[in-house]
Design a protein around this ligand. Sequence first.
Ligand code: SF4
Length: 207
Amino acid sequence: MNTAIINTDRQLPVMEHFYTIQGEGFHQGRAAYFIRLGGCDVGCVWCDVKDSWDASIHPLFEIDELVSNVQQTATKLVVITGGEPLMHNLDALTHALQQAGFETNIETSGAHPLSGSWNWICLSPKKFKAPLPEILPAANELKVVIFNKSDFLWAEQYAALVSPGCKLYLQPEWDKAATVTPLIIEYIKQYPKWELSLQVHKYINVP
Ligand code: SF4
């Protein structure tokens, strides 16, 4: 696993980039351009993008090139994901995207310092490497992946730390969905501050 923090502003390692719909959370269903950056040191055992972990195997892209790719689509929304995108300084990328008129959303575990200018921060904390305290009040959305029963209590610990307006989502881990989705449904019925997030893109087989 590559744990190096890459601080280059104008170039970033990109595992993949594609135009699709956002399948998860608050913006689910919206057309969005995804930029999946390489590099992650969080080490989730159930990670479905382990190829992203080693940043060094992914090609470096110029920020101007990334913005130009997005401009070739009709979207207004760009989602920066990973890997753990905050292993990189994202100030230059997000400023360039916003100057070009795009909304910038991030999906992060919060395990590295917050950089970038964001219209929406989706914090998805992981047990394997805790988020830094600084990101909790900045999160617009808390999305907790439920892998087993003990994760509900863990989710509540973070729900108590985010801002009052933060949206709260519980999302079944994909391989455990058959087992944990019924538990999540019952939990949300009991504690309706939470909402269900499904990985809709996987059900409809789009990236
Ligand atoms: S934080 Fe995301 S990319 Fe990193 S190991 Fe966990 S699920 Fe995979």
